[in-house]
Design a protein. Structure first.
Length: 249
């Protein structure tokens, strides 16, 4: 069923007049009929079923049911990846959204070659996050932060007791236990921050800074994964751990 995010609070019995972009999509792309139902997520992240009403000058909907469902992870899951090439970056944004990530914090590291994105490109990234969130029926669109330098990232995680930061580190076997073990050691209340390097990896100076700041190191096995593979594997593992903990609660 099609889902749309609405930037206002909704209630059962309420009525929605869709903005022009959603109206266009409903009429021209989806060719909907009056009476069909859609999912609406309101400004508070609350899900509703709504019945469409086609009018001459627009598309409207009646909110008919508040849905009782869980779609979001119980604790924030933050992905802090170095920017990588556009196509892979956008693929990573889409998949991380499907897996439940709450925020993306792009980071600038020594070996990042990607330029700061233009406003157009940032808008496109936001659309990718929104469409992925709609497609997988999430209640929240992940938030994409402005790019942080490595030092800004380290300052944020140092200041926040409720964050647990993990750097994914290849070829650091002696320092980096398997990610599954590191994740198991994180108390459920802590928001996890998963830090992924660029195509060229982190430099030894950067690894030394992570160690000084007591960021946990974790490995994903003996093979060198592409940055986007490492990002998605680690987000998937952290999300599955949260789902398992939620089931056992
Ligand atoms: N420069 C590195 C090299 O050629 O040896 C490869 C960097 S890798 C393509 C990009 C990022 O993915 C790394 O910085 C790390 O964060 C993550 N990564 C890749 N493979 C990993 C592994 N086996 N364990 C942990 N992290 C990994």
């Amino acid at each position: 069923m099609q889902q749309f995010f609405i930037s206002a609070p909704l209630a059962v019995g309420g009525h929605v007049i869709f903005p022009a972009d959603i109206e266009r999509q409903l009429r021209r792309v989806l060719r909907v009929r009056g009476g069909e139902t859609v999912r609406l997520i309101d400004a508070e992240g609350m899900p509703f079923l709504a019945r469409l009403v086609l009018k001459k000058n627009g598309v409207e909907a009646d909110c008919v049911e508040a849905l009782q469902e869980r779609r979001e992870l119980s604790t924030p899951l933050i992905l802090a990846p170095a920017r990588i090439k556009k196509e892979k970056w956008e693929w990573m944004l889409q998949k991380a959204t499907e897996l439940g990530v709450s925020e993306i914090w792009p980071i600038l590291t020594e070996r990042v070659n990607e330029a700061e994105p233009s406003p157009n490109r940032l808008a496109r990234e936001h659309r990718i996050l929104q469409e992925a969130a709609e497609q997988c029926e999430r209640h929240r669109i992940p938030y994409i932060q402005k790019t942080l330098s490595l030092e800004e990232l380290l300052t944020v995680v140092r200041q926040r007791d409720d964050f647990f930061a993990i750097v994914l580190a290849e070829r650091q076997e002696e320092k980096a236990p398997p990610l599954s073990e590191v994740l198991d050691s994180v108390v459920p209340e802590k928001a996890m921050v998963l830090i992924i390097g660029p195509e060229g990896g982190f430099s030894s100076t950067e690894f030394a800074r992570f160690a000084e700041e007591k960021v946990a190191f974790a490995g994903l096995g003996p093979r060198i994964l592409r940055a986007e593979t490492a990002a998605i594997l680690s987000v998937g593992m952290a999300a599955q751990l949260q789902e398992r903990r939620a089931r056992n609660r």
